[in-house]
Design a protein around this ligand. Structure first.
Ligand SMILES: C[S@@+](CC[C@H](N)C(=O)[O-])C[C@H]1O[C@@H](n2cnc3c(N)ncnc32)[C@H](O)[C@@H]1O
Length: 387
């Protein structure tokens, strides 16, 4: 394996803490490396630091696989996966979970979700992870078992690494899989759906949402209906809004599956839907606002912040007196402090009297490395309208 010298003192210190990324301005001589090649990171004296995969064309030029000298083969992934399963099985039902959360589980670029204990869904988001995908999937078969796997290589991160956007099936992958989440049944479109098929990261927040269910509930950016379904049992009516036709089709399917007949469905842009509700003077007792990431790049961060602000200001105006809103952002670049400021501004400009009554976070299987805040991406607040 070729060596890559890390010249930056702070980068070396970060590696010693367990941080997994090295940036291209922190190393010497990247150009000899192929995209995705495995290399050994050393300091300037030649002391070993870590094993990583390298991409000379990426700003994050090295992603660490281990702070030991390793060969990332099937055995390596098998050991890693066994460790992950060992700690995750204590905190979630592995059959409906994110088994591998990339950097959060110290496997940069690798995602693995398990749907209903029946279908696995994987993503390889970097060239390095793509090169190692076969060894990874063989190890998955050994540790988790032989299941059909859908490879959902359609994330925007792949574009940044010049990787093809594609969805492939290994084995007999069905169109949809039934899962259970907090006692709610959901049919997930594993092939046609967004991300790996579903948003497990909101599991705990959806459970909390169900605790506030009453009267008229609005699930804005509903996808296949997770938030709304959690509130349907105790609500008079649940209104689902999403711009995707597949998403709305599955909201209907999932309401039926749970024998709920109090749903109302809008395949519509959320801003347009809000405008219609305002014109019709409709207000809600409980609202979920869970938009897609408005930015994945620093260049468009300011515009995204404005977008979140406008969206929340408008959503707040739809709250009844004593109403509750769950508002979230899954944009990694919008950190908790920035999100708090966005909400502060939106509250002021909405003119609605609101109180913060809780915080929201990514579900437990989306583990966060304390020394790598990039693994923390989902944040939110619960606010209540007061008189
Ligand atoms: C983060 S996902 C929502 C996940 C969902 N709340 C859950 O927890 O399962 C964002 C959703 O917003 C939808 N979407 C994107 N742009 C939209 C827009 N302008 N108006 C309405 N929905 C939109 C996407 O189709 C996607 O389903």
């Amino acid at each position: 394996m070729k060596e890559l010298i890390v010249k930056d003192k702070r980068a070396k210190r970060r590696i010693s803490y367990g941080y997994l990324w090295v940036y291209s301005n922190e190393v010497k001589d990247l150009k000899d490396f192929e995209e995705g090649e495995i290399g050994v990171l050393t300091d300037e004296k030649g002391e070993f630091l870590a094993t990583a995969y390298i991409n000379p064309h990426s700003l994050i030029c090295a992603r660490i696989l281990s702070r030991k000298k390793v060969n990332p083969n099937i055995q390596f992934f098998e050991n890693k996966l066994r460790k992950i399963v060992e700690y995750k099985k204590n905190i979630v039902d592995l059959n409906n979970s994110r088994i591998v959360f990339a950097e959060g589980d110290e496997l940069p670029g690798f995602i693995l979700d398990f749907y209903g204990g029946k279908v696995l869904s994987a993503q390889f988001n970097t060239k390095g992870a793509e090169n190692l995908s076969e060894a990874f999937l063989k190890a998955v078969e050994i540790v988790i078992g032989k299941y059909p796997v859908v490879i959902k290589n359609h994330s925007i991160f792949r574009e940044k690494e010049n990787l093809e956007i594609e969805v492939k099936a290994k084995g007999d992958v069905p169109e949809e899989v039934e899962i259970e989440e907090n006692g709610i049944k959901m049919v997930v479109p594993v092939l046609k759906g967004q991300k790996t098929g579903y948003y497990f990261d909101q599991r705990d927040n959806k459970k909390k949402f169900s605790e506030f269910a009453k009267g008229e509930v609005l699930d804005l950016f509903s996808y296949i209906g997770g938030f709304g379904l959690h509130a349907a049992k105790n609500a008079k009516k649940v209104t689902f809004v999403d711009s995707s036709e597949t998403a709305i089709e599955y909201c209907k399917k999932n309401m039926k599956l749970n024998n709920f007949d109090n749903g109302e469905f809008y395949r519509l842009d959320a801003f347009k839907a809000i405008k219609i509700f305002k014109e019709n003077k409709r207000q809600f007792d409980l609202i979920s606002v869970d938009p897609p990431a408005f930015t994945k790049s620093r260049k468009t961060l300011d515009r995204a912040i404005k977008g979140y602000e406008n969206l929340n200001r408008e959503a707040f105006s739809l709250l009844k007196k004593d109403g509750i809103v769950f508002t979230m952002s899954c944009s990694r670049l919008v950190d908790i402090q920035t999100f708090d400021r966005i909400i502060e501004k939106a509250v002021v400009s909405s003119g609605v009297k609101l109180r913060i009554i809780g915080r929201l976070y990514q579900a437990k299987d989306h583990t966060v490395l304390p020394f790598m805040k990039e693994t923390e991406y989902l944040k939110g607040l619960i606010l209540m309208r007061v008189r």
